[in-house]
Design a protein around this ligand. Structure first.
Ligand code: PEP
Length: 244
């Protein structure tokens, strides 16, 4: 399976900026072997989907509500994301877990809603700096996988150590290799043979300069890219570093 290079655009850009970025990514995507995905805000999803239409670039949301519909002011359902052109959705990002109090059980419900709507979920897991300092990184990530992923799980896991997100300090290749090997073991333990086929992305300060080293590691199935995905050239350079 090709590696997946996904851009999380977070809360950046107005319509014209996101459409221009989407067009630039689409224009540079020909000949790239990796699967490409960009995740704008829900507000910009339809415009971005139109901008990349006909290219190899897929579009995803950054969150969805767990219910199909209802009295949830300000929320967006998985079906609405799909209707706007999304094929994917990022769930349980640490910024949602931290800023919106999302716990594993809620992430699991959102993941089920995404699957039911025909979206492919990318479920994020990862330890904080304090948890790593106290040697709990595998325990925390194992619990997050057990609590956030429904069975079966037709989706992707993103390992994103919280301390590496947006800091410019990626985890070392040694740490990434160790954690991805652990996550693979855990997926196989929890999902049986299906666990071998689940792509595991690394996220946390991936740049064009460190992408090749990280993407070459066993059990790294791609990258979830925040800051560097806001520059088309850098995002495409990361995608070109993906292994076939
Ligand atoms: C992210 O927030 O998913 C992320 C990986 O951000 P950054 O690449 O900026 O660290």
């Amino acid at each position: 399976m090709p590696q997946l290079i996904a851009g999380n655009w977070k809360m950046h850009g107005l319509t014209a900026d996101t459409v221009a970025l989407a067009k630039a990514v689409a224009a540079g995507s020909a000949g790239i072997a990796a699967d490409l995905l960009v995740c704008p805000t829900a507000l910009h999803l339809a415009a971005v989907a139109a901008a990349v239409s006909g290219s190899r670039v897929a579009v995803g949301g950054q969150d969805c509500h767990q219910d199909k519909q209802g009295p949830h002011t300000g929320d967006i359902s998985a079906e609405m994301l799909r209707d706007a052109g999304a094929g994917w959705v990022i769930l349980g990002h640490s910024e949602r877990r931290q800023n919106h109090g999302e716990i594993d059980e809620l992430v699991r419900e959102k993941t089920l809603a995404a699957i039911a709507a025909g979206l492919t979920p990318i479920v994020c897991v990862g330890e904080t700096a304090d948890q790593r300092a106290s040697g709990q990184e595998t325990e925390i990530v194992g619990w997050q996988i057990a609590g956030s992923l429904p069975k079966p799980f037709p989706g992707v896991v993103a390992y994103e150590p919280v301390w590496a997100i947006g800091t410019g300090n990626s985890a070392t290749a040694e740490d990434v290799a160790m954690m991805h090997d652990f996550i693979r073991e855990e997926l196989v333990r929890q999902f049986g043979a299906d666990g071998h086929a689940i792509r595991i992305l690394y996220g946390g300060s991936v740049r064009a300069s460190n992408a090749a080293e990280l993407l070459a590691l066993a059990n790294v199935g791609g990258a979830l890219v925040g800051g560097a995905s806001l520059k088309a050239d850098e995002f495409l350079a990361i995608a070109r570093a993906a292994t076939p």
